[in-house]
Unconditional design. Structure first.
Length: 429
């Protein structure tokens, strides 16, 4: 009988096996790194190599990729990265720690992008684990401009050993607030990371059962779970959000807080959104960088829906319609556009208990729908406000002390949210 991995590879794999070298029989962790026009790859590899080794064997798969019509300079950088990697590998490889290059220098414009690159590497990782019949092997995503703490591998291994039922996780991250950055650049990265943390904590405040960071360089998943959800998508940006959203709906996730990923705070235009793009946009402003984030009222209204919707298991469509009319107007309009009354009846028709109804409800009311709601609220009633104001509001709601509004206020708020996240002992990512 075919394994889950074998079935997945037959159905979803887009490229044939790339590596002929047999995997170590004790292979337990594979790190997948997409690399496009990236001059800092060796710093990432050095950081991984200097990390304390886990008890299992490790492989690093670097997916060197470029669109066929990329600028000549990008192709030259890819070729240089390949040569550097091959030289580096000769002096660093050993049977229990190996690095491989997967070279895709001429992807079609339709295929090229970070989603495809991650998929190529993660599918190859599934194949590597399948060769040694290890479907519970751990696939770790990282980016070619990141470094990590020396505890990186051991923290990942320890987490999955103590929580064998966990299918995936996110790893705690921090953008370096480097003193060598200009004050404006430092402010920009602090505001953007504060926005990311505020948003996730605001979703948790609203009561969303799964509210996790969706940063590509922090994703971890078991090979079997990866296959069960159909693998990585091929989006050119936002691939991490859609992957984690899909994983969170069907699998048990957690957050690894005992180590750190350190993404680069640099400016980048390689994807249409994300850290590099956000920092560049902030720095292009003619005045001091200023990031706006979602209005707190959007989350308070979302909390109302999350509190009341699970009670609709034993109601009728008529009662649901009456209930909908009592909700705030903007939320009512949003739910009508989502055909929520029909969705409630569909959920009732396919569940036999309040518990199963609630489970299915939150498979619909998920990270994607929550984001659609806050965007709808932003566009129709509650426009964004400065992230410092939004973050201060949330800290007060959480019963936390708010740092004095003095310079550098953003960094003080960010450090507060970082501390909250590292202290959180719940299993929710």
């Amino acid at each position: 009988m075919s394994t889950v991995s074998e079935k997945y590879l037959r159905k979803f794999r887009r490229y044939p096996r790339q590596l002929s070298t047999q995997p170590h029989t004790d292979l337990g962790i594979i790190v997948v790194i997409p690399c496009y026009n990236e001059p800092g790859l060796l710093a990432t590899l050095d950081s991984l190599y200097e990390a304390q080794p886990p008890s299992c064997a490790v492989e690093v798969l670097v997916v060197l990729n470029s669109p066929a019509d990329a600028p000549r300079s990008h192709h030259q950088q890819t070729q240089q990265s390949l040569q550097e990697l091959e030289t580096w590998a000769v002096s660093h490889n050993n049977p229990r720690w190996r690095v491989f290059a997967l070279h895709f220098p001429a992807l079609s414009r339709k295929e090229a992008g970070v989603g495809t690159a991650r998929k190529i590497g993660m599918d190859e990782a599934v194949d590597r684990f399948a060769q040694i019949a290890h479907e519970q092997g751990i696939i770790v995503c990282l980016d070619a401009d990141c470094t990590c703490d020396t505890t990186y591998f051991q923290a990942i291994e320890h987490h999955f050993a103590k929580a064998p039922g966990t299918a995936g996780a996110t790893i705690y991250y921090e953008h370096p607030l480097d003193r060598s950055l200009s004050p404006a650049h430092r402010q920009a990265i602090a505001e953007y990371e504060l926005h990311l943390r505020y948003y996730v904590h605001a979703l948790r405040f609203a009561g969303l059962p799964i509210a996790c960071h969706t940063v590509g360089s922090t994703m971890v998943v078991r090979a079997k779970a990866y296959c069960q959800i159909g693998g990585m998508n091929r989006r050119k940006a936002g691939e991490d959000f859609y992957f984690m959203q899909k994983l969170a709906q069907t699998q048990r996730l957690a957050n690894i807080r005992e180590t750190r990923v350190l993404p680069s705070p640099r400016i980048s235009d390689r994807v249409p959104f994300g850290t590099g793009k956000a920092v560049g946009d902030l720095l292009s402003q003619t005045k001091q960088p200023h990031w706006d984030s979602y209005h707190p009222q959007s989350f308070e209204t979302l909390a109302l829906l999350i509190e009341q919707a699970p009670l609709r298991f034993s109601t009728t469509t008529t009662e649901d319609t009456h209930w909908l009319q009592q909700l705030p107007a903007t939320l009512r309009d949003f739910l009508e556009k989502q055909e929520f009354i029909r969705k409630l009846q569909e959920l009732r028709d396919n569940t036999a208990s309040s518990k199963s109804f609630q489970k299915r409800l939150f498979q619909w009311l998920n990270l994607f729908v929550a984001m659609k709601w806050v965007h709808y609220s932003r566009d129709h009633e509650h426009p964004n406000i400065p992230v410092n104001e939004a973050a201060s509001w949330l800290l007060q709601k959480l019963g936390q002390n708010v740092p004095d509004p003095q310079e550098p206020h953003t960094e003080a708020l960010l450090l507060k949210f970082r501390a909250l996240e590292r202290e959180d002992q719940t299993t929710q990512p």
